[in-house]
Design a protein around this ligand. Structure first.
Ligand code: SF4
Length: 210
């Protein structure tokens, strides 16, 4: 947070030097702050994944969303495009969101890790512990009503548990006062389509809550 505060201060000093003296604080700070964190992520080399990425993948969607989806890490398509959930699993996630009666642009989508692990291997615990502050900052700024954890890594990390996703899914938990629904990752559903009905049960609980 110290770095973010310093960056915000520098940003406003630059703006002041270029002659801008008035700001719409009521509507701008969240955009500005998230842009600054995104910029930090795009330059981040705190773990070895920074050297291997094509693009970092910060997150996308409505920064005032009531619902935030958190996945695991960027895959190949996401690394190329710099956007979360744009590959086959992403298309399935979009279908799920639309089936809930909302648009993808209405929610916010991000991941635990902001850079792609090589060959889409699982995130390492040390990578998660180094990168996770970026996600905490995003959630603190967006302040959603509900977080949906997509898969084991997002759900276990945010709930601080090692329980398997098959046990976690479908039951409301809480992450720092925010309702948290763990469910299966769309990539898992592509391999196990018979479990789509379980995810739909979880989404119905979210819809009721929203
Ligand atoms: S994965 Fe996270 S900590 Fe590692 S380089 Fe990318 S942004 Fe930085």
């Amino acid at each position: 947070m110290q770095n973010i505060r310093r960056d915000i201060k520098n940003y406003f000093e630059m703006e002041r030097e270029s002659g801008i003296s008035e700001y719409l604080f009521s509507s701008k700070p969240k955009d500005v702050q998230l842009s600054l964190v995104k910029n930090q992520v795009s330059n981040c080399q705190k773990c070895s994944l920074g050297k291997m990425r094509t693009n970092s993948v910060f997150g996308s969607g409505n920064i005032n969303a009531k619902l935030v989806f958190v996945g695991e890490a960027p895959g190949r398509d996401e690394d190329i495009q710099g956007m979360p959930f744009v590959g086959e699993a992403g298309m399935l996630l979009t279908k799920i969101i639309e089936a809930m009666g909302i648009k993808r642009d209405d929610v916010y989508i991000c991941n635990i890790l902001k850079c792609r692990p090589p060959q889409n291997r699982n995130p390492l615990p040390e990578e998660i512990s180094i990168c996770i502050d970026y996600l905490y900052t995003q959630i603190d700024m967006i302040k959603p009503k509900i977080i949906c954890g997509l898969g084991k890594f997002a759900s276990q990390t945010l709930l601080g548990t090692e329980a398997p996703i098959s046990k976690l899914r479908g039951t409301w938990s809480e992450y720092r006062g925010i309702k948290f629904m763990p469910t299966y990752h769309p990539a898992y559903l592509l391999r196990n389509p018979h479990d789509k009905k379980l995810v739909w049960e979880d989404m119905k609980k979210i819809m009721n809550e929203l």
